[in-house]
Unconditional design. Structure first.
Length: 193
């Protein structure tokens, strides 16, 4: 019986030592896991702080740009250089074979180019109308003027009938290119006599 008690005491002692050892091991794992999680959280917090700093810089740059834009004039006649298409400007029906008067206003531009643009399901097509045309009746650098050109819309230019057309005017001078287009689409139809 003494042997049985001794064996039971040894087994109970072994179980106690095993339980304490497992508890200590689990506690150590939880501490090391907490350190790892803490390091990850610290790293993420640093990234958030860096991103907030970048966002603040971008916001300051945006605000500065908005202030600059507010100080710009939106009236093209008051700027140094511009081109502004005035006819056809949208809603018109032009007749294939007719001569049309394309009109524009410009300032500080000596030469312009004109083209028709048609947007369709298959893409955008361009039809050149006038290249290197004198921009305006007054082509002095800082004086505004009105320009025009008569152009016959003939089928040899392979202009298909239909809608979706806009006229584009582009400065052909060296330097910064400026352009304008019809405010909305117009049609080109086969009109009868």
């Amino acid at each position: 019986m003494n042997n049985k008690k001794t064996l039971i005491i040894i087994i109970v002692g072994f179980i106690i030592v095993l339980a304490v050892s497992l508890g200590i091991y689990g506690w150590q794992k939880s501490i090391s896991g907490s350190k790892s999680q803490r390091q990850t959280l610290d790293s993420q917090q640093k990234q958030i702080t860096d991103l907030q700093g970048q966002l603040n810089e971008i916001t300051a740059e945006r605000d500065d740009l908005l202030r600059r834009v507010e100080n710009l004039t939106l009236n093209p006649e008051e700027s140094n250089r511009y081109v502004k298409l005035t006819y056809p400007n949208g809603g018109e029906t032009l007749c294939l074979g007719d001569t049309i008067l394309i009109e524009w206003d410009s300032k500080g531009v000596e030469m312009i180019g004109l083209r028709l643009r048609r947007q369709s399901i298959s893409g955008t097509n361009f039809y050149h109308i006038g290249l290197n045309t004198v921009a305006a009746t007054s082509n002095e650098a800082n004086i505004a003027g009105r320009g025009s050109i008569e152009q016959r819309l003939i089928s040899s230019q392979e202009i298909p009938l239909g809608t979706g057309y806009k006229m584009e005017i582009v400065s052909a001078d060296s330097g910064i290119q400026m352009s304008d287009a019809s405010d909305s689409v117009f049609s080109i139809e086969a009109c009868e006599g």
